[in-house]
Design a protein around this ligand. Structure first.
Ligand code: FAD
Length: 366
């Protein structure tokens, strides 16, 4: 923790995931920024570590180090529809990342900025408003409770965002995710990013090769108490149907993932408080891909705040207008994905979708 004796900042960012780190990195260097996270940093988040190619392109100017990638670096994509008994080839491809190293590197991009202070193990507790209803200070808790004055507050605190709750904006429903890292008996069986749909799975199951290991992950509707036994059943089916089995190397901590069902569940913030990444509701409802949304919304937020603060007005209506116009392409894309996800829920519609919508192609009957 550096520089916490002066408790006045231009921007306080809650959450040092991809959205918060990238926002901090890209804010004007004239602004004094505080980035806090309740976790120890660098943190470890359960994740498939599958990146869209556009993420790698976006990050290239920052000098992406090789060690954030896993092998095979380029992931081909395949779908297994257990209900329809089909294999589906997807012509898109993804980049394979080591999520812990990826997050650590993103954090370093923020922490190396002179204008950014990073406080780990510090929780956002509440915010105070002035007579115009703008947030003017936040209460944080680390070893003690501290009040920090600020001109702008950014909620980058993920799927269970407290900043979002403070704004009175109802969060989308959530999945509860489970992941395991196994050492497969036969690594050649899974060399692609495989997505499996099946009526007994609430979302879908992903298999991602990571060097000589394999990630098995899936998501259940939150609130059920049978996730662990269903996960074990899923592993049994992987072995029976595909011969995929191996020794468990790590059982990753269960984690929340948004289940975005309507565009109305997106929330960009209010007044001088902006929401980014999953706190704003941004995660692909089709795949659970959220890193591109986190980075792009974080960047948009940084530009909107820098512009607003730079023109000296700091007007909150200007801020929301600037931010919302910048994230319009993201909200449009999410709307399309919500529609597509609804289509995939029923096997009959899914069958139609496979035939109508690129880039997928049915390659064979399993
Ligand atoms: C199992 C799983 C697999 C996934 N796989 C992929 C994948 O392969 N590819 C992909 O693109 N996306 C994936 N995602 C989604 C992706 O992880 C998220 O969308 C992305 O991390 C969102 O970034 P974020 O910065 O918005 O939030 P997060 O990464 O969730 O970061 C939020 C941060 O806020 C902190 N925080 C929360 N509350 C407080 C508080 N009160 N005070 C202070 N700090 C707080 C948390 O400690 C956390 O570090 C996956 C998600 C899960 C759960």
């Amino acid at each position: 923790m550096k520089g916490n004796c002066d408790l006045e900042y231009d921007v306080v960012i809650v959450g040092a995931g991809p959205a918060g780190c990238f926002a901090a990195r890209n804010l004007s260097k004239d602004l004094k920024v505080l980035l806090v996270d309740r976790a120890k940093l660098p943190r470890s988040k359960s994740c498939g570590g599958v990146l869209l190619e556009e993420v790698v392109e976006l990050l290239e100017p920052y000098g992406t180090p090789d060690e954030i990638f896993s092998s095979p670096r380029n992931l081909k994509v395949e779908g297994w529809d257990w209900d329809l008994d089909l294999t589906i080839e997807d012509s898109s491809h993804y980049i394979n990342a080591n999520r812990d190293k990826f997050d650590e590197w993103l954090l370093s991009l923020a922490a190396q900025c002179e204008n950014v202070d990073v406080w780990p193990e510090t929780s956002f507790v509440s915010a105070q408003t002035d007579s115009k209803g703008s947030v003017c200070a936040v209460t944080l808790r680390n070893t003690q409770t501290v009040e920090v004055k600020t001109r702008f507050l950014v909620g980058a605190d993920g799927a269970t965002s407290k900043v979002r709750k403070m704004l009175g904006c109802r969060p989308p429903e959530r999945y509860f995710t489970l992941q395991e890292l196994i050492k497969p008996d036969d690594p050649s069986l899974v060399q692609k990013f495989i997505g499996i749909v099946h009526k007994d799975i609430d979302f879908y199951t992903w298999l991602v090769p990571k060097d000589d290991l394999l990630v098995i992950g899936t998501a259940f509707d939150a609130g059920r108490n049978d996730s662990k036994s269903r996960f074990e059943e899923l592993k049994r089916q992987l072995e029976t149907k595909h011969g995929i089995k191996g020794e468990t190397v790590e059982q990753m901590r269960g984690c929340a993932l948004l289940n975005l069902k309507s565009k109305k569940e997106l929330c960009s913030g209010a007044g001088n408080v902006l929401l980014v990444g999953e706190a704003a509701g941004m995660v692909a409802p089709t795949t659970g891909e959220g890193i591109s949304y986190a980075l792009r919304s974080g960047l948009s937020c940084a530009k909107a705040i820098s512009e607003c603060a730079g023109n000296g007005r700091g007007d909150k209506d200007d801020l929301m207008r600037l931010y919302e116009s910048r994230i319009t392409p993201l909200t449009k894309r999410l709307s399309q994905q919500i529609f597509r996800h609804k289509m995939t829920e029923r096997p009959g519609w899914r069958s139609l979708l496979y035939r109508l919508l690129p880039p997928v192609k049915v390659v064979n009957k399993r």
